[in-house]
Design a protein around this ligand. Structure first.
Ligand code: C2O
Ligand code: CU
Ligand code: CU
Length: 508
C-alpha cells in the first residue's frame, strides 16, 4: 500500500510537472485536475501508448497479487444465518427496518462496535413476492444521516434510497412500492453522500429475496439455512482492540481488510447434508474482488445472476464477483468424494473462506432443471445505436466518470421510462495500467450485449445490475428503466463512489 501511494504521488507529480511545463504555468491546483486529465489524454494519444504502459507496469503498478491476503478460516464457528424478517402484520407486507448501532461478539469474549439493521451487525433477509405491494418503515436510529438503498430493485427514484433520500438521526420514512421484477437475490445498504463506504464497512448490509411462480416451481433447493444458504462475503481490518476503525483502515482506492467474515462470522464453517446445496453469494465488501472456487477443483453449477435465473445452468470451476455482484450456485455434495475435505476458497489469494462439514445424512433429492428462464437479447436490442457513453477513469481520490466527479445538482443523462437504450461503458487505463471498476446502475436490471465486441460469457447471459469492467475494456449494455426518478450510476468500489465516481440519470 505504501509503495503504491508513493508511486501515485510520484506519477501525479511528474504528470503535473510535464503538463505545467507544456502549459507554461508552474502552479497546478486541484481544481485544474480535470482539465489536466483531458490535456494529458490528447498528449498520450500522440505518444506510443503501449510501451509507456508497459514501463509503468514493470515499475510496479499494483496488481492483484499485492492485495493483502485474507486469513484462512479455521472453521471453528458455525456460520451465522441471518434471520428472515417477519411482516408487521398478516394482511399486507409491511416491514420495519431500523439502522442502528450495536456491539457484536465477532471475537470470543470481545465486543466490537458495529452497525446493523434490526440488530447489531448486518441485517435480516427481506422476502418479497413478485406482485406484492410492499411497505417498508425505514428508521434511522444512528447518530448520523443515512439512506436505505435497495440495490437491484426496480422502484421509482423516490423509493430508491440514493443520496437524495437522506434521513437525519431519529427520522423515519414509510416507502411503498410494487414488486414487478422476477425472482432474484438483491441486497440493501446505505447510500448517504460521501459516507456509504464507512457505513457499509461498519456493518450495514442485508439481503432481499424475491420469489415468483417460476422460482417456486423449479424444484431448486429452497430450505432456508439448510440447503439454500445466503452468503455475504466481506473483508475487514480490526485494530488492537479488535475494533473496526474505518478511518485507520480506510484507503481511497478501496478499503481492503485482512480478515474474512461470512455473514459476519469469523472463521466460519457450514455443515451440510449429502445433497445439492444452493449458495447465494454476495460480494458485500468495499473493494475486494473474490474468485470463488472449491479447494478440490470440483465444479459447481451457476443458476442465477444478479437479477434472475440463467436460462440454463452453467457449469463452472470458479466464479469471480466484484463488489456488489451476486450469483447463485449449486454444489452437489452427494456427488463429491466423501473422503475429501471441502471448502470454498478465494482463488485470488488462495485463502480458505468457508470450510464445509459434510454430514452422513443424505438430505433432499432435488434436481436442477435444464430450463430455468426465458431471458433473451432481441435482434432489435443488439442493433440499437449507442446513446450513452460512460468513461471510467482514475484511481484513489482522482476517480471520475466522463471526466467529472459527482455533483448532486447535476443531471448527467436523461432517459425515457420504458425505453431501452444502449450504454457503452469504457474503463480507460491510466499510465499505471488501471484497475477493475465494478459498474452499477440503480433502479434497473440490464442485459450485457457485448464485452469488447464479443458475446458475454454464458454465465453473464442473464439480468445484471453490476458488472466488472477490466482496464481498457468496453462493455455494451441494454438498459431500460421501468420507473421514473433520478438514479445513480457508479463504481461500486465504495471509496470510489464516495470519491465522486458517480453520475445521475434522470428518467422521465
Ligand atoms: Cu449497491 Cu449505489 O449501490
Ligand atoms: Cu444500487
Ligand atoms: Cu472504481
Amino acid at each position: 500500500m505504501k509503495r503504491k501511494l508513493l508511486l501515485i504521488s510520484l506519477i501525479s507529480l511528474l504528470t503535473a510537472l510535464v503538463l505545467s511545463a507544456c502549459a507554461g504555468n508552474v502552479e497546478s491546483t486541484p481544481e485544474e485536475n480535470s482539465d489536466m486529465e483531458q490535456e494529458s489524454d490528447s498528449m498520450e494519444e500522440g505518444m506510443d501508448h503501449s510501451s509507456m504502459d508497459d514501463d509503468a507496469m514493470a515499475d510496479g503498478h499494483m496488481s492483484h497479487d499485492e492485495v493483502v491476503s485474507l486469513n484462512d478460516s479455521t472453521g471453528e464457528n458455525e456460520l451465522k444465518i441471518p434471520p428472515l424478517l417477519e411482516s408487521d402484520n398478516e394482511e399486507e407486507v409491511v416491514y420495519t427496518v431500523r439502522a442502528q448501532e450495536g456491539e457484536t461478539e465477532i471475537f470470543d469474549g470481545t465486543k466490537t462496535k458495529t452497525y446493523g439493521y434490526n440488530g447489531s451487525f448486518l441485517g435480516p433477509v427481506l422476502q418479497f413476492e413478485k406482485g406484492d405491494t410492499v411497505k417498508i418503515r425505514t428508521i434511522n436510529e444512528l447518530d448520523e444521516e443515512t439512506t436505505f438503498h435497495w440495490h437491484g430493485l426496480e422502484v421509482s427514484g423516490e423509493e430508491d434510497g440514493g443520496p437524495h433520500n437522506s434521513l437525519k438521526p431519529g427520522e423515519e420514512e414509510l416507502i411503498e412500492f410494487e414488486v414487478t421484477q422476477e425472482a432474484s437475490t438483491l441486497w440493501f445498504h446505505p447510500h448517504p453522500e460521501g459516507k456509504t463506504s464507512e457505513q457499509v464497512y461498519n456493518g450495514l448490509a442485508g439481503l432481499i429475496y424475491i420469489e415468483d411462480d417460476n422460482s417456486k416451481s423449479l424444484g431448486l433447493p429452497n430450505e432456508y439455512g439448510k440447503n439454500d444458504i445466503p452468503l455475504i462475503f466481506q473483508d475487514k481490518t480490526f485494530d488492537n482492540q479488535k475494533q473496526l476503525n474505518y478511518s485507520a483502515a480506510m484507503n481511497d482506492d478501496g478499503t481492503i481488510g485482512d480478515m474474512s467474515l461470512v455473514n459476519g462470522t469469523l472463521n466460519p464453517k457450514l455443515t451440510v447434508d449429502k445433497e445439492k446445496v444452493r449458495l447465494r453469494l454476495l460480494n458485500g465488501s468495499n473493494a475486494r474482488n473474490y474468485t470463488f472456487k472449491l479447494n478440490t477443483g470440483d465444479s459447481f453449477v451457476q443458476v442465477a445472476t444478479d437479477g434472475g435465473f440463467l436460462n440454463k445452468p452453467v457449469t463452472l470451476d470458479e466464479i469471480t464477483l466484484t463488489p456488489s455482484e451476486r450469483a447463485e450456485i449449486i454444489i452437489d455434495f452427494s456427488q463429491l468424494n466423501s473422503e475429501d475435505e471441502f471448502a470454498l476458497i478465494n482463488e485470488e489469494d488462495g485463502s480458505i473462506l468457508l470450510p464445509f462439514e459434510v454430514s452422513d445424512q443424505s438430505g433432499e433429492d432435488s434436481s436442477i432443471p435444464e430450463e430455468m428462464n426465458d431471458f433473451s437479447i432481441t435482434e432489435e436490442e443488439m442493433n440499437l445505436p449507442v446513446t450513452k457513453n460512460v468513461e471510467l477513469f482514475g484511481m484513489m481520490d482522482m476517480v471520475t466518470i466522463n471526466g467529472k466527479k459527482f455533483d448532486p445538482e447535476r443531471i448527467d443523462f436523461t432517459q425515457e421510462q420504458g425505453v431501452t437504450e444502449v450504454w457503452e461503458i469504457y474503463n480507460k487505463p491510466d499510465m499505471m495500467g488501471g484497475m477493475i471498476h465494478p459498474f452499477h446502475i440503480h433502479g434497473a436490471q440490464f442485459k450485457i450485449i457485448s464485452r469488447n465486441g464479443e458475446e458475454p460469457p454464458e454465465n453473464e447471459r442473464g439480468w445484471k445490475d453490476s458488472i466488472s469492467i477490466e482496464p481498457d475494456e468496453t462493455v455494451k449494455i441494454a438498459v431500460k428503466f421501468q420507473h421514473k426518478g433520478v438514479y445513480m450510476f457508479h463504481c461500486h468500489i465504495l471509496e470510489h463512489e464516495d470519491n465522486g465516481m458517480m453520475g445521475q440519470v434522470k428518467v422521465e
